[in-house]
Design a protein around this ligand. Sequence first.
Ligand code: PLP
Length: 430
Amino acid sequence: MEASDYAKLGIKAVRNVAISAWKPALIFTKAKGSTIWLNDKPYLDFASGPGVSNIGYNHPAVLNAVKEVLDNDEAGWSGNMYLNKYQVMLAEKLSAITPGKYDKQVFFSNSGGEAVEAAILACLKARPERRGMVTFAGDFHGRLGFCRTATSSKPLHVEGLNGGINRAFYLIFPSENPETMAKKEFLDCIQTSRQYLRYVQSSIGPFIKEINFALLELVQGEGGINVAKKRMMQVLIQYLHENQVTVIIDEVQTGLGRTGHMWASDFYEVEPDIMTVAKALSGGVIPIGATIFRSGFGYRKRAEHCNTFGGYPQACAAGLKSLEIVESENLAQASHEMGLVLRGGLWEARSNSLKAQELVSDISGLGLMSRMTFTDAKTRDKVVEEAMNRGLLLMSTGEQSTRLMPPLIITYDEIKKATEILMKAIETHS
Ligand SMILES: Cc1ncc(COP(=O)(O)O)c(C=O)c1O
């Protein structure tokens, strides 16, 4: 980006921002509904953050809810030392609408990673004698986990942690849409849920008494939009429960209607002991994270876990309003229907294009958590870039796929437009 382009946006250059953004030359300038503006150019957004803007960007009702808190001078104190009414109401709402008809308690934080960290902490503190963890190869759960080691201000912060996790087991994700031929060939060896259970038993069975918790994605987001086989996921979770392994389901990306169900756990008909939510929970307007504990799986002592901004009134007010919108606008159902429309339209467009048949190996997903897979990563990257040049924002995932994750309010016309752009981007690939 030239200096004059930056000047138009009222900034000089970006050299003081840490190297982190994938595309530093693109500056976010505005967003509304399903459209996002980068360098003042509008893009139809098929990335959603990923999974943040489920109700559409800057939903007026969410903005109003936040404004009301500000107008009433109710901002300024988080929910950790003292509670605030928005936090209490959001905790009650989340407890009521998450899977499982049992009592729950909610811990608030500011991000998905923090929500997961809060879950792991509770598990380790509850059963310090078990320090093993199970997860799936290819899962993504965040980027935290060092600073507590440097915290020694009070014994409470480290009590019972015994140095944390001492063993990690990475199970094969039982994907029904393996992204690459290599993964497909590998998974072909495990055809039935019985075989999967045997595999699980042989992998972690000998260590099961050492394993404290399992941290699982039901549909892998960053790992390639891999949708688990339902029955295999169920037998795994049943086995874990039978062996007193605490089951944490990470719904940071899959939650709030994204998969065509309020929670992916609803589709899989599984009940977590602990569930993590973030991203879309506050309508993309304010950071938030929430860890929802089945009673008995949370913290045992006051202040056992805490953070500065968790439970912030604006974030929780935004959360309450966003949940109301997801429910009242039937966005989970919309996600289910539009996911079918999107994938159906793309398969059809592929069948009419020799180039697409040559380059696109798969289109799959659950609800509007979908992906298109290419023959290799280089092709994927070029198509994503070409689609962006034509006004469609995409985000890569897995080894050679792009996410197709628009806001859940996406219309038929917008899906048609995105399909046309994507197909043009594929057609122009040389
Ligand atoms: C499933 C899942 N868990 C956790 C996280 C971490 O969330 P955050 O980036 O807000 O820390 C992500 C982020 O993409 C995610 O997809």
